[in-house]
Design a binder for this molecule. Structure first.
Ligand code: C5P
Length: 220
């Protein structure tokens, strides 16, 4: 790594996992820790980039030398990303965004006395923030997405990644397997990065920081 090789590049990174409110005290969430996104932000800043970190419920401390924008729900994240994307050279969507949110956010706490033994929740689709950012891409902007999949078969995993890279319209897609013990909370990661044609341009495994450095090498 050459310190300064990303000098002055404006990089917007989302990290963490969204929380979709159900009522004033509850939410639907996911197990993303934010570690990979935070490692990207820290490494990019160390290499001279001007970093905006859009952080959703991080379980790790945010790095220094980045501009932090705190969000919670997918709707918050979308607003913050759209604002920050305006003058960004690079956009990296490392956050785990809820695909669905409760159709209704109750003003008061849901009480079991009122709902009985079963409670049925109606969920509605959230917009695909990454696809929106890729569709609104400015000339020269680079958009990078992530795909966390539980598929264990490497070929099928690659197929899912290729399909996603095409569907989302991003320039690069970072593909990694997640499970109960892999990916999200872990200190390590193993990824394959696909370009917009679905070709593998990076295979990297190791600490989330070393994986971050490899991904950032694409931007030099
Ligand atoms: O479709 P899937 O959730 O697997 O796609 C993952 C990628 O898309 C990640 O980069 C994630 O940040 C992004 N995403 C998004 N908006 C959503 C769902 C996912 O931007 N509603």
């Amino acid at each position: 790594v050459t310190p300064g090789d990303l000098d002055g590049k404006r990089i917007v990174i989302s990290a963490g996992g969204t929380r979709e409110p159900l009522d004033p005290v509850r939410y639907l969430g996911n197990r993303s820790s934010g570690k990979q996104g935070v490692a990207l932000a820290e490494a990019a800043a160390a290499r001279g980039a001007v970093v905006v970190l859009v952080a959703a419920n991080l379980e790790v401390p945010a790095p220094e030398h980045v501009e932090l924008r705190l969000v919670s729900s997918a709707a918050d994240l979308e607003r913050a990303m759209n604002v920050a994307a305006g003058d960004a050279d690079v956009i990296i969507m490392a956050a785990a965004v809820a695909d669905y949110r409760p159709a209704e956010v109750r003003a008061d706490k849901i009480k079991k006395d009122d709902t009985g033994d079963t409670l049925v929740l109606t969920l509605v689709r959230n917009p695909d923030i990454l696809a929106g950012l890729a569709a609104a891409k400015k000339p020269g902007q680079v958009v990078i997405g992530f795909a966390a999949e539980t598929e264990t078969d490497p070929d099928r995993l690659l197929g899912l990644g290729r399909e996603k890279a095409a569907r989302k319209g991003c320039d690069y897609l970072v593909l990694n397997r997640v499970g109960w013990t892999e990916g999200f909370a872990s200190e390590r990661n193993a990824v394959r990065v696909l370009d917009s044609r679905g070709d593998i341009v990076i295979e990297a495994s190791g600490s989330k920081m070393s994986v971050a450095e490899r991904i950032l090498d694409l931007l030099r």
